[in-house]
Design a protein around this ligand. Structure first.
Ligand code: ADP
Ligand code: MG
Ligand code: ZN
Length: 486
């Protein structure tokens, strides 16, 4: 019988504060010259003292509330000691005994099934610096040394620790996606796995025959959701093999190698005593009063699941449509603004979901950079709805508007498309002309050789093209058949 899979995740989110957790250095370290974002505090010059950034406490509290946690009135920092070059003080300041938020949950849905993942706690901590190794980015190729960059050292993180409630790699991925979405809705973190503002340590074990939990392994170094899934799949196979051959799982930390598609043992798992945790006596306890917590609660925006429910109810959209439109709150706001400008809800949903996302993808843009204003899209969608424009022309116009600063009328003018429909006699004239220009094709059709109707389609295509999408396809087909028969 297959051994049940047990997964618990520790997710680090970089908080979007302007300055570091204990000093006033900027948190904006990406692409910066190494060691320019530093000061005596984050470089651990003796005699300097940390000063807690209140903004980070507020963001962690918000995230805690989003995860239905109890925000603690009183929490403390400790020192986690380890000696490594990325850590200037040789200890990390982190919340250990009393974290800022405890006991919450996040509801996810995986393969159509709802699941509640319990949150053990969420705490604040500082990030470490970064080592640059010879092969890491080409800068040190061939060097016999590594360099250290402290720009990231001291950047605020919140670590969200789940209970071991997930039972498949797909659930783990879904959990991270929902957590990331929540962090973005709350403006707590960018949650980018690629750049490292969201990092996942995955703990995984296979349960014993008597149902008790097996020995777990911790996997690190996954920098995409795909990598997280692959690493977990790999580890399930590896652990099953070890157990099948009568071996035992060693509790250890393993690193995912994305190129090779394997995990490798990095070190035996440290236990808490290895870190010699002790209280951080340079920082006062974090005290958050009930009034403050109420303030945070009152300032919570609409949460992803609330938005999904409201979208389904007020716009009559399917679950699939709702989840695409609400994935990003900015996209959801864009859609709502299109509807508010008078576009019909179902058609607007289609346009945003299919066309807007297609264009953004083509341009490598985010909805925040989109040139087309919601009111302009609403105008476009409405004209298509009223059949003043064909949907082909509509899509062309969207493409043009997304790439140039034009009004809709200017874009139509430029493309040569006249606003208004081509039908009746005018359409008939166009069709007659095209028939006269294609004698061979017409001959083939008339002699009954166009069995699959491909030639007829070809003629219809020519008409539609010349009509610049202003002809109705059904009317065109009907007129074409009439003239070809006549
Ligand atoms: P540590 O103190 O070593 O970090 P924790 O008890 O804090 O260990 O657990 C860390 C993570 O490991 C949590 O997310 C938890 O859900 C997960 N975890 C604990 N036991 C197991 C297990 N047997 N299998 C999978 N994950 C587990
Ligand atoms: Mg832990
Ligand atoms: Zn600093």
């Amino acid at each position: 019988m297959a051994r049940p899979i047990v997964i618990g995740l520790e997710v680090h989110l970089q908080l979007v504060t302007r300055t570091k957790l204990f000093c006033s250095c900027s948190t904006d370290y990406i692409g910066r010259k190494p060691n320019t974002n530093v000061c005596p505090i984050c470089l651990a010059v003796p005699g300097t003292l940390p000063l807690l950034n209140d903004g980070a406490v507020a963001l962690a509290s918000r995230m805690g509330l989003g995860l239905h946690c109890e925000i603690q009135n009183y929490s403390t920092f400790g020192r986690k000691n380890y000696f490594y070059a990325d850590l200037a003080k040789a200890y990390q300041i982190t919340q250990y005994e009393l974290p800022v938020a405890t006991r919450g949950y996040l509801d996810i849905e995986c393969e159509g099934r709802a699941k509640r993942v319990r949150i053990h706690h969420l705490h604040l901590e500082e990030d470490a610096g970064k080592l640059v190794h010879p092969t890491a980015d080409g800068r040190l190729t061939g060097a016999a040394y590594s360099l250290v960059d402290y720009n990231r050292g001291g950047v605020p993180l919140t670590e969200v620790v789940s209970e071991p409630d997930m039972s498949s790699p797909a659930e783990a991925k879904e959990y991270v996606m929902r957590l990331r979405q929540l962090a973005r809705y709350l403006d707590v973190s960018d949650g980018e796995m690629e750049s490292g503002s969201l990092r996942v340590d995955a703990n995984i074990s296979l349960s014993n025959a008597d149902g008790s939990l097996g020995t777990r392994v911790e996997i690190k170094n996954m920098n995409s959701l795909k990598a997280l899934e692959r690493a977990l799949e790999y580890e399930i196979t590896r652990q099953n093999k070890v157990l099948d051959s009568g071996g035992r799982i060693v509790q250890e930390t393993r690193l995912w190698d994305d190129a090779e598609g394997v995990t490798r043992s990095m070190r035996n798992k440290e236990t808490a005593s290895d870190y010699r945790y002790y209280p951080e006596m340079d920082l006062a306890p974090v005290v958050i009063g009930d009034a403050e917590i109420d303030g945070y609660r009152g300032a919570m925006p609409e949460l992803p699941w609330e938005k999904r429910e409201r979208f389904a109810k007020s716009f009559g959209l399917s679950g699939e449509e709702v989840s695409i439109l609400t994935e990003q709150k900015e996209l959801a706001a864009f859609y709502e603004a299109v509807v508010a400008s008078g576009a019909p809800t179902a058609r607007a949903a289609n346009w945003v979901r299919m066309e807007v996302l297609r264009v953004l993808n083509e341009l490598g843009q985010d909805i925040r950079d989109f040139r087309v204003k919601p009111s302009v899209l609403a105008d476009l969608v409405t004209r298509v709805e009223k059949k003043e424009l064909s949907s082909t022309i509509g899509k062309e116009m969207l493409d043009a508007l997304a790439r140039n600063d034009l009004t809709l009328d200017e874009a139509l003018e430029r493309s040569g498309a006249r606003v208004g429909r081509l039908s009746g006699d005018a359409l008939g004239e166009l069709i007659k002309r095209i028939i006269s220009e294609q004698p061979d094709v017409v001959q083939t059709i008339k002699s009954g050789q166009d069995k699959k109707g491909g030639k007829l389609k070809f003629l219809q295509g020519l008409v539609m093209k010349e009509a610049r999408g202003q002809a109705d396809p059904q009317e065109t087909a009907a007129l074409l058949s009439k003239f070809l028969a006549g």
